[in-house]
Design a protein around this ligand. Sequence first.
Ligand SMILES: Cc1cc2nc3c(=O)[nH]c(=O)nc-3n(C[C@H](O)[C@H](O)[C@H](O)COP(=O)(O)OP(=O)(O)OC[C@H]3O[C@@H](n4cnc5c(N)ncnc54)[C@H](O)[C@@H]3O)c2cc1C
Length: 386
Amino acid sequence: MFDWLVIGGGIHGCTISNFLIQHGIVQNEKLCIVDPHSEPMARWKRNTEKISMSFLRSPSVHHIDVHPFSLQQFGKISNLHNQFYGMYKRPSLQLFNDHCDQIIYDTNLKKSWYQGIVGKVRKGKDGWDVTLENGNMIQSKNVVIAISINEQLYIPDWAKNLASASPQRVRHIFDDNLKDLKEIKPPIAIIGGGITAAHLAIKMAGEFPGEVTLIKRHPFRIHDFDSDPGWLGLKRQGPFRMVKNYTSRREQIVKARLKGSVPTDVLRKVKGLVDKQKLRVVDGEVNSYTNDQEYVSLHVSSESYQVQHVLLATGFIPTRPGNWVEQLIEEENLTCANCGYPIVNRDLQWCPHLYVMGPLAELEIGPIARNISGARQAAEKIVSSL
Ligand SMILES: Cc1cc2nc3c(=O)[nH]c(=O)nc-3n(C[C@H](O)[C@H](O)[C@H](O)COP(=O)(O)OP(=O)(O)OC[C@H]3O[C@@H](n4cnc5c(N)ncnc54)[C@H](O)[C@@H]3O)c2cc1C
């Protein structure tokens, strides 16, 4: 019997695990982190590496360690203090990842790592019975569900049709089956208007100058962060938590999230590439396509763009993650809002000894819940309630 079992070993799962260990609440032997990957934070590393994101969007105080200035200190000690960008000291991806690796090493998180996929969680006699897809069962007194929506890829209908006719022609950039971008040959269309699309366009235009077209439905939306910084603290979270109606809370989250936005520095790079004619940017929506042996032509308004490959940077479907959660809700009679997401208490407990973080904690934490800052706040709430 473990004391704590964390489902998902991404940024959120590693943050709560680290907080639990560093606050002396649990020791490695009594902590179990279940995740399908062989290493912590594998999905984060894969996704960010794929688009060659050089700096994080979030500031240096957002990371997986307990002390807010831990990452800045780490930058100084490791002589990488020049790897912060701009007034918010946004860390380079390399520095951020090195810092995470250091924390994971210091807290020996790999000793608590269990490679597997959770298929079922059920209340047992003394705690929770967590059954993995391979049939193994693990028992724990407390469970934290730290899964994300990052596996729920959003694919527009026309792209689904194209994929069923020519699967190699169109890929979502975060599709696990797309292992290597070397498979992608120019000319290329990138679909999407947010930060992922922008990073990807910068990367691909570097490799194939003049052969990349970025197609987006709306003009660039310029915002440094993906929600107003007021949401990081009580300024906006305070009134949000006073709202008793969870449909209104969901509406506020949707409105507050600056979806499909890009920070100024990333946009500047995109514009520089456009000026040098290394990248073409088109505003419009793909209404249809024609496909032959060699090319696919994407029809956008009255224009057509002939490409070999289409890369989708169209984000994720925001529905409640984890199919297996449905059965848990039914068996434990857990409360959900109309949007299907958990209604939890202030300590992020869905019921005694069952905690959520990440998107599942959205209705309590607000629009920052999925981000690194949301992971920190969730971990703080959980440990301070114990
Ligand atoms: C390209 C990109 C850049 C981003 N940049 C920033 C940024 O700069 N700053 C910021 O604050 N946020 C950023 N985000 C948002 C957010 O921080 C990331 O999405 C982050 O990866 C979320 O961490 P997570 O732990 O919730 O999810 P994940 O990294 O997806 O980890 C969840 C883990 O749970 C596992 N899992 C799922 N189901 C099960 C199961 N049944 N059993 C066991 N394990 C399971 C998954 O396999 C995965 O390993 C970015 C997101 C993306 C995609």
